[in-house]
Ligand binder design. Sequence first.
Ligand code: TPP
Ligand code: MG
Length: 281
Amino acid sequence: MSDIQQLTDLTTQVRRDILRMVHGVSSGHPGGSLGCAEFLVCLYNEVMDIKLPFTMDGKGEDLFFLSNGHISPVFYSVLARRGFFPVSELSTFRKLDTRLQGHPTPCEGLEGIRIASGSLGQGLSVAIGAALAKKLNGDSHLVYTLHGDGELQEGQIWEGAMYAAGKGVDNLIATVDYNGKQIDGPTDKVLPLGDLKAKFEAFGWSVVTIEKGNDIAAILEGLKVAKALTGKGKPVCILLHTEMGHGVDFMMGTHAWHGKAPNDEQLAKALAQNPETLGDY
Ligand SMILES: Cc1ncc(C[n+]2csc(CCOP(=O)(O)OP(=O)(O)O)c2C)c(N)n1
Ligand SMILES: [Mg+2]
């Protein structure tokens, strides 16, 4: 995998997977999933050094922790399309006895899932532990996380942020899905986040801003810059400006699709905007 067109085609297919998965069970979270599709496609197919078959320990490879676990549809699709588990299993999303629970959990033994997430605010702490373990093991690989911006309203995030900087956890790249929206409306209305760049810097982090968080070239460039900042004594934060619902016109510009599935007619409209590229599951 390498050129932008291939990554774009994969992203479009991931968008179809997300839409079809949540439609299939009339539940789940399409908004944030669609907004983070480019980022996770880039991370898993271009940036991270991954070993397959999957091992829970993840020694000698880069690790990723999804902290905003409600965007599981995009995570599952990207993992399946990267070869962690069969693409056909996407059809079991949120069904009884599935390994693809609404919020990811390692109890199900799904390849690629190393933590339970969904209860917001916890992923950074786990990732810090994993990053410290890598240092103790002499493993020079990196640890990546993804968080919602609304998730940053959880106090545990800031305990983790203080700890990571205080202990020089410089093999960690934590990305914030900075879509300006959360379950009940704009973050600015629910609880303003203030100047996030200044806040992370004040906590002792290096901060990289990706203004075009739905643009593959911009994401790859931003991740390159972030990677170059690792190993310099500070943890690295990426502020990724995305659009919730990106790729489906009637889902963009609103928080309404944070956790709502499209009906049959809406699905057809959304899929028409994202033509099949690599084959539906
Ligand atoms: C500890 C905790 N509190 C509340 C929730 C309910 N909840 C799920 S998603 C969400 C909104 C989070 O906003 P953000 O992280 O910005 O995600 P986005 O809506 O952008 O996908 C909330 C409050 C939760 N999952 N965990
Ligand atoms: Mg958000």
